[in-house]
Design a protein around this ligand. Sequence first.
Ligand code: ADP
Ligand code: MG
Length: 699
Amino acid sequence: MDLSTPIKFVKGVGPRRAADLEGRGLTTAADLLTYAPFRYEDRSNIKPLGQLAPGEMATVLAEVHSLHAPQFHRRDLGMIEVIFQDSSSQRLTGKWFHAQYLKNVFLPGIRVSLFGKVEFDGYKGELTMLHPDYEILRDDDEEDEAGLHTGRIVPVYEAAGKTSTRVLRGVVKRIIDNLPEMPDALPEFIRRRLALPDLTTALKGLHFPSVDTDLRLLNNFRSPAQIRMIFEEFFWLETGISLKRRQARTEPGIRFELNERVREQIKKILPFKPTGAQKRVLGEIARDMSTETPMSRLLQGDVGSGKTIVAAQAAVIAVENGYQAALLAPTEILAAQHQVNLERVLAPLGYRIAPLMGSMTKKEKAVAKRALATGFAQIAIGTHALLEEDVEFDKLGLAIIDEQHRFGVMQRKSLQQKGVYPDVLVMTATPIPRTLALTIYGDLDVSIIDELPPGRQPIKTFHKTKLELEQVYSFILRQVQAGRQAYIVYAAIEESETQAVKAAQAAYQELSTVVFPQLKVGLLHGKLPSAEKDAVMDGFKRGEVQVLVSTTVIEVGVDVPNATVMVVENAERFGLAQIHQLRGRVGRGADQSYCVLVTDKLSDTGRERIRTLVESTDGFHIAEMDLRLRGPGEFLGTKQSGLPVFRIGNLLRDQEILELAREEARTFVEQPPSEELLEAALRFVREHWQRRYGLALIG
Ligand code: ADP
Ligand code: MG
């Protein structure tokens, strides 16, 4: 047997169990070794029957005295009672329900080991254990599993289909006992310096910790063996990321010049005085652009912090150097808005802008494509349509991706590939908690706008139940009568836009005719023809539409400073980061703005989530809470988000090990002790990256 042995060939597995295990992504012996127990039980407390105390968990070694199958008159519970004895005079009754098969197991005279909770049946005056874990003790049998399930610290695995923790324990034990000496891929100098056990020791300690291992450490995943396995998993991921970074650094990028003339042009487009943070961030971007290495930069800034103008400035640098810039946005509404804004700010420079959206006619698209391919247009703004194969650029020098979290890694890559090593700027308003930033965006440099433009008042957030809707509506009415505007957003269950559209349509009917007959109510959702969308959005921008009923299509980017009320219906169905984004649609002007979260009955976590939003307007804090309450997969939302799949490591629990692994991996890649070691690492990552983390090594 070796690590690559298919699981179905491991003794005791067979086709049915193999299918169960494959369902969990476990196909080889190696996979099973990294299937870490999620909990450990100390069953090493071995006691003679005479010393058992009711209430304690204990392991006993005893002999079957007799077996009974008591009959209950109403229904047959299949109850089995087995009386055990040892050399003390005390006896113990083990009870199992629905366990007729045990009649053939507990034959009188057989020696067993039992683990369970000791109880005292005062009525019968006997000690009992209900459904104790058991094993049959045999001295001669080769397949003896004695001392595996009892009498030690026992690993508890999550069952895979019908394959129980008990079966898994046996299978893992067999694999560990039969493995030849394994080569340890983790570089020895790192292992020694961090005092981590070698691979074989670590695997044994992970699955079958010795009796003297501290149970609290084990159950907190901090025994030396567990730390080593977690560290290793993170280490190879971070090594891969560092190698990617190093590779990217050697690519011949564009050296944009940043002379007086370019600086003048940048100043010309500024409609306002930039904040300190905007200036600093532009400085970081300009520095990247003026070096030969292609820029890979993530620009993070809370909603409304003013990322768009910074992106426009970067585009000016590219265009003034004779290159084109492309801006990719996740929705048509946002792309259209970017188009209007950029046309306005870039007007003094006379750039030609080509929009490219899915809803354009073939002819319109053809015109835009030609403009980009010939270099007639210097700026492209678009949605996914921009990524289509036949979209070509004359000289793409800067790719900007707005609301990056809505796109996958491959999409970023496909825009990038429309140029020759162009600079890449990705932007997001969903603050990415550090653990995730280190893993998914690990190959990007990060700039943060941590300051809002002056004069913004913090948004006031309230929680209301469905029963209080009347109040909410009269509040909207008062705001509108004071000249403001409002959004009312409807949620979908599980990403189904269709459902949300239905909810919004129904609400629109009622709101426009019954609730606010005197107001101009507009309806906006993703399924509207785009001319209609534009008309509604324009109406709202001009203030003609006073209340905008919508789905989350307005989630990102939309900028109407006169809107001061954001009502989110069924707020419990949204992610926190998403509501924070929605809330960012108001509070963009000088007036006090409000966000009202309307919910049904809430669960405990639900209440905690809403409270987080009511109490905080700090995007980073909210993102951390969201991550903690929902977990990384849900937090990122999309399958193609590029989040690696960890077997042992857990981003929420193991942040400090991740940080350590990253430090070590970076130093290792940048200053390897020898070229051979680095080569070996490169080979290891190439071979294991995809399988271990579900990631493609791109680029
Ligand atoms: P986001 O970072 O969410 O994309 P935007 O770029 O849309 O934010 O900017 C939000 C609003 O703030 C816009 O109306 C923009 O014109 C305005 N804005 C941005 N920077 C400044 C600034 N330095 N001073 C005044 N207003 C600004
Ligand atoms: Mg934006």
